[in-house]
Each structure stands twice: as C-alpha cells, then as structure tokens.
Design a protein around this ligand. Structure first.
Ligand code: TXA
Ligand code: MG
Length: 325
C-alpha cells in the first residue's frame, strides 16, 4: 500500500495478504469494510479523529450517534473504560468474543467524536476470525458502525458493502456471509440494574441469567423504555428499512391473507416468515430485505416471531423497518 492515493486516500496492493492490507489502510487513516459475526462494519482507527469523522461523512450519520469501539480481546476493555462495572466484567467474561456491546464509563483519551460527546463508550470483541486477525495485528481499537448508509439495511456480505458504499470505502475485507446476521446486543452497564438498549445476537434471556448469576440476586436486566435520552440510535423509528413498505402480521395466516389482499389490489408483495427457524431467519433477514428491493416488491408482509431468543432482535428490526420503532 502507498500512503496517498488520489484525494489523499490510501491505495491498496492486490498482491498483499488481505488482513495486512486492512491493517495498513487503518494505520493510514482509511476506512475498511470489516467482517464480523453480526454484520459488516465500516472500520476506522478509533484514535484517529479525522478517520472517524470520515465514517460519519460516508454514512451520512448524525454526529451525536456514537460508534462502537472493537477490540481484539476482553483485556483491552480496561484501556477504553475509566472503570469497569462488575456487571460489565461478568458479561465480558461470559460472552466475549461474541455479539455483545457493553456501555461503560469512557476513559479520558477516548475521542468525543467516537462517543458522540457522551461520557460512556460502547466496546465489543467480535467473534470473527478475520476481525480478530485485523484487530490483533492493528493493536488498537477500531470504531465501526454497520457499513450501510444511515437508516438503511445493514450489510451481511462483502458485496453488500461494495454495493452500498462503492469508492467511499478504501478496502473491503471479504469474510464471507456473516454467520449471525443481526447486530450485537447492546447492554448499558453504567446504570444499575444494567439495561438492554438494543436486542441482538445474544438473547436477552441469556443476559438476564448471566447478570442474575453474577449478582447472586434475582436481579433482571430491564428492557430500555421505548423512548428517553439514553436510547441507542438504532432505537430510532425507520431504521434498517428497505425501499419496499414493510407491514407486520401477527401470524403466517394473517400475513398470507393480507398479502392476497394487496396482490389483488395490483401490488407486488411477498411474505417474510421468520417463525419456523429464527436462527436461520436472523442470518438471512437483511439479505431477504435487500432482495425484496432487487425484486421490485412494493410491500413486504412480515410475520413477527415470538419474543424469545433471536426473536427479540428480529422483532426489533422488523418493527423499525416498518417505521413503527
Ligand atoms: O454488531 C454490531 O454491533 C455492529 C458490528 C459492526 O459490530 N455494529 C453496529 O454499529 O451495529 P451501529 O453503529 O450501526 O450501531 C451501534 C449502536 C448505535 O445505535 C449507537 O447509538 C449505539 O450503538 N451506541 C454506541 N455507543 C453508545 C454509547 N456510548 N451510548 C449509547 N449508545 C451507543
Ligand atoms: Mg447500524
């Protein structure tokens, strides 16, 4: 890689090991499409303010929406946190590497561009061999939101990232399709009891059980209230949205009936039913929503799965996609 391509962007050498290329692009202040077990991230050196600002510019993301810092291993949490609450230590110990983001009080050196001016920072250790390799060789923290334009469907393949961001991303590391397919669960450990701000790849029931075991009490993580100043940006309505209108249905039968009605009215419509296998449905969810647009559907009628396991995350994303967050 050479440090300055056209417009001051890093340029990449196709003969180089892709992980080394990703690391060099990060060191040069560039942006990398980074595979994780949840979704692809748009990664930049979390200690480089100019690089982090470029993430916001490329995504079209409001500056007050904080970014998650990705690190190689749980021991790195100490570097990013001013202090590590016992709940965070317990959850990190049990769930990392994995699809869990912990909000902790931020250390002084953490850039406010990363935290959106907040006094907390979100940290996670992703469980994807290529992400681990990049983070280990890079040595620092990597700020990365999902690698989609703001408000749109998250990418779960390298091709999604290239399609969405084109030349705005300096290098995309292809790690294949993301195995989980929905974003990490976010737990705010700066409040007592901790709160789940976004359901995700680790089930709420598991978080609750781990917290209860750690505290030795029957304390339960509460789901965040539907609104309030502390909610995560993913809690905004009309997130994760395809161009097609998304309607929600309570059962497969209700979805089929509604789809027939819409089809009779001349609309291109299909039913999305994640209820049979929520794990497979989560993995395919964003692929399916993107395909809906490629197929030119006017309406997607989506069945809400039961609120258990990955069903929490799927319900959340579908509800946001329907603009009803
Ligand atoms: O699985 C994931 O979490 C993926 C992969 C790439 O790691 N990342 C991801 O990032 O989903 P993003 O930026 O699309 O969503 C992160 C969410 C946002 O809603 C953001 O507002 C919230 O986390 N967040 C991050 N730091 C926060 C903080 N200090 N306080 C409150 N919310 C925070
Ligand atoms: Mg996102």
């Amino acid at each position: 890689m050479t440090p300055g391509g056209p417009g001051g962007r890093p340029t990449t050498d196709p003969a180089m090991d892709p992980v080394d290329t990703a690391v060099e692009v990060l060191r040069a202040g560039g942006l990398v499409g980074l595979p994780t077990e949840t979704v692809y991230g748009l990664a930049a050196d979390a200690a480089n303010e100019i690089a982090v600002r470029r993430i916001f510019a490329v995504k079209g993301r409001p500056a007050d929406h904080p970014l998650i810092v990705h690190v190689a291993e749980a021991a790195d949490l100490d570097h990013w946190a001013r202090s590590v609450p016992p709940s965070a230590a317990a959850l990190a110990d049990a769930c990392w590497p994995g699809p869990l983001t912990l909000l902790v009080p931020k250390a002084d050196h953490v850039l406010s561009v990363v935290t959106g001016g907040r006094d907390t920072v979100g940290v996670r250790v992703p469980a994807h061999p290529l992400a681990t390799a990049v983070l280990t060789r890079f040595g620092g923290g990597v700020a990365a939101p999902s690698a989609n334009r703001f408000g749109q469907v998250s990418p779960t393949t390298a091709a999604h990232v290239r399609d969405d961001l084109g030349a705005d991303v300096d290098f995309v590391l292809d790690g294949g399709p993301c195995p989980i397919g929905v974003e990490s669960t976010i737990v705010d450990c700066t409040v007592d009891p901790p709160q789940i701000l976004r359901p995700g790849g680790i089930a709420s029931e598991q978080i609750e059980a781990l917290l209860a075991a750690a505290s030795g009490l029957d304390s339960r993580a509460r789901l965040a209230p539907a609104d309030g100043p502390r909610r995560a940006s993913g809690m905004l309505a009309s997130h994760y949205a395809p161009r097609a209108r998304v309607e929600l249905a309570a059962s497969p039968a209700a979805a089929d009936a509604r789809a027939s009605e819409l089809a009779a009215a001349g609309l291109a419509v299909d039913v999305l039913d994640p209820t049979r296998d929520v794990v497979a449905a989560a993995q395919q969810l964003y692929v399916w929503l993107r395909d809906a647009d490629d197929r030119g559907l006017d309406v997607v009628v989506a069945v809400l799965p039961a609120a258990v396991g990955l069903g929490h995350a799927i319900r959340d994303r579908l509800t946001k996609a329907a603009g009803l967050g």
